[in-house]
Design a protein around this ligand. Structure first.
Ligand code: TYM
Length: 334
């Protein structure tokens, strides 16, 4: 708890261009939860270097991501928006937690297996211990709740296991966090292959809607979206392409799948795809406008970065000192 509020932590990587999946699965929920909780939203640049990055490009993307957090509606006066690399406690706690995590647990992580297969020439130790750094992110702020898309649930489970193990040895040091997965949009699928999640790293640009896509591009990608030959707009597993489009439409309009099916009864896929595309354009337009305005205001963004890093460091250090004492590191002489 901070004051009378429960704590929320979440983060996003500044690698690749953000997709509609990132927005509907995570960022949108962050905004809706931000009044209720004391929130920490990090740009997780330490995680990004588990895959080789161009330094200048990573810096540029990280700043854009932080700016996008604000453009999406997160008020930096109320929410702590900061770079993970500006708070050294993340790396320090991650080291300690590494010593309380078993290789057997890490071997089971599906994201590690996927990424290792994808980057076979660079299967580094950071990629392997990535979930431990994630646990450190969350536990450092004693977070009660962590809003994520479905793909991160396994990492939330290991975080809870590590925290419980540590508490079992040292007493109640860490708050045990709960995942928060939104009702709609928790797993947005690729527009080209509805069995795969929409991903920043997809090589086919038609598979993903990027948050920077202009209206024509958005509409064109939806027109090309892979569906089926049933010619029936129904919300069912046998029609994963249409189901994904219904999910996107619902997440953008606030309608339910039942309402959507009714709305498009008797209509063709062409009309429906157009409507989904337009609903996405309506969501992206204000976001993009606000983003370009904010990008111009260098001094404002710099101020946010400075103030919020101080705030994050304050809370992070509190937990870190407690943990260091528990494991037996000598106290600092003042
Ligand atoms: P990242 O950057 O891959 O994704 C950021 C958030 O977007 C969600 N997401 C999706 N949701 C729905 N449909 C999709 N197709 C889709 N693709 C991505 C993700 O679930 C995530 O919530 N390891 C994390 C970042 C991280 C983190 C943390 C998250 C680091 N430390 C601590 C929470 C707590 C990651 O790479 O997310």
């Amino acid at each position: 708890m901070i004051g009378d509020k429960k704590v929320l932590f979440s983060g996003m990587q500044a690698t690749g261009s953000l997709t509609l999946g990132n927005y509907l699965g995570a960022l949108k929920n962050w905004v809706s939860l931000s009044d209720e909780y004391e929130c920490f939203y990090s740009v997780v640049d330490l995680h990004s270097i588990t895959v080789r990055q161009d330094a200048a490009e990573l810096r540029r993307r990280a700043r854009n991501l932080l700016t996008l957090y604000i453009a999406a509606g997160l008020d930096p006066e109320k929410n702590c928006l900061y770079y993970q690399s500006h708070v050294s406690g993340h790396a320090e706690l991650a080291w300690i937690l590494n010593c309380f995590t078993y290789m057997g647990e890490l071997n089971r992580m599906t994201q590690f297996k996927d990424k290792a297969a994808k980057h076979a020439d660079n299967i580094n130790a950071g990629l392997y211990t990535y979930p431990v750094l994630m646990a450190a992110d969350i536990l450092l702020y004693q977070a009660d709740v962590v809003p994520v898309g479905k793909d991160q649930l396994q990492h939330l489970e290991i975080t809870r296991d590590i925290a419980q193990r540590f508490n079992g040895i040292y007493g109640d040091v860490f708050t045990i966090p709960q995942a928060y997965v939104g009702k709609v949009g928790a797993k947005i699928m690729s527009l080209q292959d509805p069995f795969r999640k929409m991903s920043k790293s997809d090589e086919n640009p038609n598979a993903s809607i990027y948050l920077t896509d202009d209206p024509d591009t958005v509409i064109r990608k939806f027109k090309r979206a892979v569906t089926d030959s049933e010619a029936n707009i129904a919300y069912r597993e046998e029609q994963p392409g249409i189901r994904n489009l219904i999910d996107i439409y619902c997440a953008c309009t606030g309608k339910t799948p039942e309402e959507t099916v009714k709305e498009f009864e008797g209509k063709g896929y062409g009309d429906f795809k157009m409507a989904v595309g337009e609903s996405v354009v309506d969501v992206l337009r204000p976001l993009q406008e606000r983003f370009s305005q904010l990008q111009q205001d260098k001094a404002y963004i710099d101020g946010v970065i400075k103030n919020n890093a101080e705030k994050a460091n304050y809370y992070a250090t509190k937990t870190l000192r407690k943990v260091q004492k528990k494991v037996g590191f000598p106290e600092r002489v003042r």
